[in-house]
Design a protein around this ligand. Sequence first.
Ligand SMILES: Nc1ncnc2c1ncn2[C@@H]1O[C@H](COP(=O)(O)OP(=O)(O)OP(=O)(O)O)[C@@H](O)[C@H]1O
Length: 563
Amino acid sequence: MDIFRVLTRGASVKKDFNRKGKSVDYSSSKKTETGNTPGTKNESAGQIERELDFFRNKRILNKVEEVKDNVTESAQEETVSETTDSTDDFLPKITTFKEATELRKSYKGNITGEDIPLPIGSFEDLITRFSLDRRLLNNLIENHFTEPTPIQCESLPLALHGRDILACAPTGSGKTLAFLIPLFQQIINEKDTLGLKGLIISPTKELANQIFLECVKLSNRIYLDKKRPLQVALLSKSLSAKLKNKVINDKKYDLIITTPLRLIDLVKSEALDLSKVKHLIFDEADKLFDKTFVEQADDILNSCTDPVLRKAMFSATIPSNVEEIANSIMLDPVRVIIGHKEAANANIEQKLVFCGNEEGKLIAIRQLVQESEFKPPIIIFLESITRAKALYHELMYDRMNVDVIHAERTPMQREKIIERFKSGDLWCLICTDVLARGIDFKGVNLVINYDVPRTAQAYVHRIGRTGRGGRSGKAITFYTKQDSLAIKPIINVMKQSGCEVAGWMDKISKITKKEKEAIKRGKAHTERKQISTVPKMDILKKKRKREMVQASKRRKLEEKEDV
Ligand SMILES: Nc1ncnc2c1ncn2[C@@H]1O[C@H](COP(=O)(O)OP(=O)(O)OP(=O)(O)O)[C@@H](O)[C@H]1O
């Protein structure tokens, strides 16, 4: 239980994103990641914390201490000071095209577009090249973000040069900071303009909330002038109401994070003015430009009327139709691809399990529970609310520590369950695709696709809830006879991600044109039999009993009416 709690606690579990595949020197530490001094807690927990404290090298701890000292001295100071210069000796700077090519080769970066700036080799590189605000750098280091990930190396200089960006990088590779860091710097640069300057659009409330929490970390102690802190808001129901009723002035905020519908509603009721927005970011862009959201995304674009509006789209999957849309709405965009566009995160071990039929899936999951493979925390994805509920009842019946999240649960219930899962009180989370995108649970060990996802993209995002921040993870996908077409795109993702694929899988993975069309039209997924281990005879007996009770009630009523 201790191990589980430590593995799943809300605090960051970070691993070096060393781009050259070298390991970091994890020398002895002064403090653990949570700030506890080793030895003050029980030994086993302390041991585990040390193992998970990936940033526990002397260099970084010294830097954090140094930053803390500086921050207390000058919390509201804006200018970049010499503190950072002392780090020049160990932090790489990219100054030539040759160095840039080498770096890009190391992380398989494919960057296309006109006048592409050099990537950065370190966060400190941003100081010399872009006069990065020291308080922003301090906040990064204090939160143990000491080295940029590949997508950050590329996106930061691009955004700070004011370029439109279409970025595709693996799940869990740090895309959030890739758009947040330059956005904060730009808001600081535009401090003389009052009102909303930046907008981040997310497809789900959960993800919007998570991005907001990252913003809170980054904006700590940043003031735009002596009295005015940089103001970030999550567009919640209550904030919407306050803005509508003019309880809050809409000029109060510099940056807002929101889901599309809530924003459109405010704009239509003229409670929020987007005409000064200069930075518009679509996180999970392919979702926001698919048929569910595209109209709302279009409305948002039309409401942001500033002529120098900069746009950025980020996702782990960017299908070609989204690229076309991006090219039509962006100005000279730069396309950043890290790794293979159609692949899953390489840190995830992927596996397919044939279960024959629906009953076989329940047997398979119960078998997994008996085996060492079933290591919490675990997320299980299903294709519908009904099925998620049904599996929840089955596993509850087995006395498993499990809960379920889907669109029918209230925001409060969803929030509480997520908290319990993060803190380690909940071992196994069943959900629909509502949690498939963007959500950053630290240390999820296993993702189970109880139902084969409908698209290769959905698969990449679902399994991307594990193997995040440089950690490893495992994904198991159940399939039955009726999924013979649906698993073909999944096998192709596995191949692209470098997984070992058996000969028979390779053979069946070839998709004909006709099959491609069928998959597109949703024909690969026929209706599934309901989830239940109760034998058919028992279901029939129950049904007959229910009908008999109803018939008897009806008869009694008729008799009464006759009297
Ligand atoms: N430079 C960094 N150094 C260390 N950890 C980082 C860095 N950047 C991001 N992280 C951590 O990596 C994890 C994954 O980041 P993030 O959620 O931004 O991934 P993502 O690429 O947006 O994934 P997804 O595609 O699933 O949305 C987070 O816990 C984040 O705090």
